[in-house]
Design a protein around this ligand. Structure first.
Ligand code: ATP
Length: 345
């Protein structure tokens, strides 16, 4: 099997299990973002892939070879961490050439590769500049170029963009993804920023408590979350309790609704419905009855907050589709079956 394959990878620190039985396949050339709340085990998993930590159990294979115990420097990896760890006393060119120099690559070849990488990261002509004189985004690019200098098989990054301000971070996400696509290099990024993961990844791996809750394409994760944790963690959603009686009739938040069915033999479930999929209408049959409590007009989008039996749900629309509602007005909330995701309780 070509690519990176994690088989039952587990890491225990004393009695604490930081990563539990992780199974994951990363095909060659793909971009994976590992996403999850603080402490869910993302960095520990990345460190095991990098060879910086040894799994307590399980195996890591790269292109069919068991690399579980292969030392880091023999894994042909490029790594970038949040701290970047650039050498402050060296120039941009010297930083990028460093991994080539310690591998004994000839001077002319070093220069050729550095020029190639500098043009790739849009810093042509910066070779002689001290890294201390670069902006945050430029330093980031130099760290990426240095990691790519040896043309690694695997490119691993841990929160690489988190020190940048929001605007620059967004621009760098696009750049990093474009660079990865241009090079076709297998890339794994640890992040806690779901927007970052959605921007860059072919596959988003959502972790919680050391386990993978879902590994799928960004849109699959958004549209078909595997459970209430994933639904709530990725984007915003409304989670509503639903019950079915023995005839299959469904009530949501205690009110009967039409068109929605739970799984076979499922008596209780949680419905996840994205704010942009909530439709407001006049109160009536088949819709949930609620009262508008707040309207937030953000210019590009309008959020309408509706109270249903003490539960607040949010509907988002564009200004053109703005619902004609005011605070205190009774409304109907329509749950369209094709956008309601039924999740086991
Ligand atoms: P963050 O986003 O905050 O960096 P993370 O998802 O990367 O979090 P990890 O750094 O992988 O989380 O840590 C997972 C859990 O393992 C945490 O509870 C952490 O305290 C614990 N842990 C990590 N390294 C060690 C260690 N060397 N010894 C003991 N516990 C550790």
């Amino acid at each position: 099997m070509s690519g990176l394959v994690l088989n039952n990878v587990t890491k225990e620190f004393g009695t604490f299990t930081a990563v539990n039985n992780v199974e994951l396949t990363v095909p060659n050339g793909s971009f994976v973002c590992m996403l999850g709340p603080s402490g869910c085990g993302k960095t520990t998993l990345l460190r095991m892939i990098a060879g910086l930590d040894l799994p307590t159990n399980g195996a890591i294979n790269l292109d069919g070879e068991d690399i579980t115990r292969v030392p880091t420097h023999k894994r042909n990896l490029g790594m970038v961490f949040q701290s970047l760890a650039l050498f402050p006393h060296l120039t941009v060119g010297e930083n990028i050439a460093y991994p080539l120099r310690i591998r004994g690559v000839a001077k002319e070849d070093q220069k050729k590769r550095v020029d190639e990488l500098l043009s790739m990261i849009h810093l042509g002509g910066y070779a002689d500049r001290p890294v201390s004189k670069l902006s945050g985004g430029q330093r980031q690019r130099v760290a990426i170029a240095r990691a790519l200098a040896i043309s690694p098989k695997l490119f691993l990054l841990d929160e690489p963009l988190s020190a940048l301000d929001a605007k620059l971070r967004e621009a760098m996400q696009v750049e990093l993804r474009q660079l990865q696509q241009q090079l076709g290099i297998t890339t794994i990024v640890v992040t806690h920023d779901q927007r970052e993961a959605m921007t860059m990844a072919d596959t988003v791996v959502v972790m919680k408590g050391g386990e993978i809750r879902q590994a799928a394409s960004p849109i699959e994760i958004y549209r078909r979350p595997a459970d209430t944790f994933v639904a709530d963690f990725i984007g915003s959603t409304n989670l509503l309790e639903a019950e079915a009686d023995s005839t299959g009739r469904v009530t949501v938040l205690g009110q009967p609704v039409s068109g929605v069915s739970l799984g076979a033999d499922m008596r209780k479930a949680t419905l996840s419905i994205r704010p942009e999929d909530v439709h407001l209408t006049a109160p009536g049959d088949g819709a949930l009855s609620g009262t508008v409590t707040f309207v937030r007009d953000l210019g590009g989008t309008i959020e309408t907050f509706v109270d249903i039996a003490g539960r607040q749900i949010v509907a988002v629309s564009t200004p053109r589709a703005r619902p004609e509602v005011t605070v205190g007005q009774p409304v109907g909330v329509v749950l369209l079956p094709d956008v309601c995701v039924v999740l086991a309780k």
